[in-house]
Design a protein around this ligand. Structure first.
Ligand SMILES: [Fe+2]
Length: 204
């Protein structure tokens, strides 16, 4: 069921894009000497440490492994690149957590280190999702077989998004509230361009 599987992964991407937008907003606040919400930032990194690794990436890893077998060399290379990105994005979490712990102590240099690392993370995550949405998902829909999709779909039964699932867990209330606040700001902006449409969804 490629359509359903890919639709779920695209919904995940829209949710992740919203979380990244909240994080970006926090960095801007920090750089403008406005107070930042440390518990919210910690929640965002917990989300990115847990959800992609446990639920989102396992499905994509299966899709890209199958795609690497069935696609022409350039697409197969992109699939390997995306698989490596998954490991790399996860490896970034320890240094990010450490940068946030330094913020707790509030030394002046901690803000700069945190801002730099968090921006790198946001950019890599966005580039990665762009590659998936524009190249890998369309080619997977075209090239994977029914047998490939039936293996991948077994993972759907385990689907549980702690922040955005049907039964979100209570600690994520604050994150969802921050996203709703930011959505209101974004709604007041002009219609997004091509990249914005991917990151923030279709304008309503
Ligand atoms: Fe991915």
């Amino acid at each position: 069921m490629p359509a359903k599987t890919l639709a779920l992964l695209r919904t995940d991407h829209k949710n992740m894009a919203r979380v990244l937008a909240v994080l970006e907003h926090q960095i801007r606040d920090a750089q403008s000497d406005r107070p930042i919400a440390l518990p919210l930032i910690k929640m965002i990194f917990t989300y990115f440490r847990e959800y992609p690794r446990k639920v989102h990436h396992p499905k994509e890893d299966l899709i890209y492994s199958a795609l690497a077998l069935r696609a022409p060399a350039d697409v197969a290379n992109s699939a390997f690149h995306a698989l490596a990105d998954h490991r790399d994005l996860f490896d970034r979490m320890d240094p990010l957590d450490q940068a946030v712990r330094f913020l707790d102590d509030d030394p002046p240099s901690a803000l700069e280190i945190f801002g730099y690392q968090a921006r790198q993370f946001i950019e890599q995550q966005r580039r990665h999702m762009m590659l998936e949405e524009t190249q890998l998902f369309p080619r997977a829909a075209e090239l994977l077989t029914e047998a490939d999709w039936s293996v991948i779909d077994r993972y759907l039964a385990d689907d549980h998004d702690l922040a955005f699932g049907l039964e979100p867990s209570a600690p994520y209330e604050k994150l969802r509230g921050a996203i709703m606040d930011l959505d209101q700001i974004l709604d007041a902006l002009p219609p997004p361009d091509e990249a914005g449409r991917l990151l923030f969804g279709e304008p309503t």
